[in-house]
Design a protein around this ligand. Sequence first.
Ligand SMILES: Nc1ncnc2c1ncn2[C@@H]1O[C@H](COP(=O)(O)OP(=O)(O)OP(=O)(O)O)[C@@H](O)[C@H]1O
Ligand SMILES: [Mg+2]
Length: 370
Amino acid sequence: MEPVLWSIKYRPKAWTDFIGKDNTISQLKSLVDSSFFPNMIFYGPAGTGKTAAAELFSKEILADSFGANFKILNIRDVWDIPISKAQRSVQDLAKLGREQRSELDEYMSVVYREAKTARKARGRSGNPTRRELLSEAIRFFASTATIADEKVKILILDEADAMTWSMQQGLRRTMELYSNTCRFIIITPTLSGWSPAIISRSLTLHFPSQTTDVVQKLILEIAAKENVKIDDPAVAAIARESAGDLRRAINLLQIASTASDSVTEDIVYEYSETQLTTRARNIVTLALDGQYEPARKEIRNLIAIDGYSPQEVCLEIERDLVKRPFTPEVLSMVLDRVAEIDYRLLQGKNAFVHLAALLASLRAIAAAET
Ligand SMILES: Nc1ncnc2c1ncn2[C@@H]1O[C@H](COP(=O)(O)OP(=O)(O)OP(=O)(O)O)[C@@H](O)[C@H]1O
Ligand SMILES: [Mg+2]
């Protein structure tokens, strides 16, 4: 049997379970008490409790109607669904085993039909585009009537940073059109890149990266509950390696504890190194060294053979670059370039071409420095 992930087992289930978020959490609690709330944007880095807080908030506000009046859509997942999958009818899906179809598959099957009808109404034939599917996925839930009619519905748009500017314009119209029936909680790493029109219509709540103290406190608590022996330097190492990401910190504790009965600093460092980290470091070293071809080949392997997403690879390359001994000026040029490439990847442009361009510019920057 698969062991339970501790990051899931210890997911906050009550407001008191959230650590290090006093302001944000007390704001959310008072909104629950007043039972009035606006559209909201939760922003902050990975593993800081955004999704967990949005889910708990919705459960408390909606109470009995939670099952019917709540939906969470991961924008990246919706965007990545191939048309051929969305096209499957509910009957097709029913023939598949439970593990072969997800809730999202079932929802997208309905959304596909709606989008196709809307397309026909505009006098256009053919399949809906991915963009049309995404906007219909949002509109469809927002537009249907609520079950208990005095209540509003809540739609969470997770990983909403995958929306382009024009998708945001569409979202803004949907938010306005259904403002009586549906509230939106948008989850995104940062506010930058968001349309001012959406920001000004929403309450923004910040989920900052956790401080070292908070991470250490949580790690010690979980270690005690799981009977894991861990010394102070190892706790400090987990806090350092996870850089404020509680999910990563908890995962590290769990992996390290399977390796040994008592967790030490060395074990933490051994396990904080993932395969992707090692290979990204190798790619950066090759590129800086001017060995462009093998670096490109390794990127291709990571994506095409090992199935990492281009964004993951880009993020890992960035994590490696910030550890290199660049001067502040060079580092800022490098990071600027990474941000530009990351943006292009989001736009769904050819990932290989852009990651290769990133490698080529690293070489140029390194050459300029010497
Ligand atoms: N404030 C917190 N207090 C306690 N545990 C937390 C807190 N924030 C995050 N965690 C832990 O981290 C896990 C991930 O949290 P969550 O999924 O809410 O993060 P997130 O901010 O949505 O991250 P991402 O941006 O990667 O989706 C939780 O299941 C929980 O174990
Ligand atoms: Mg999340």
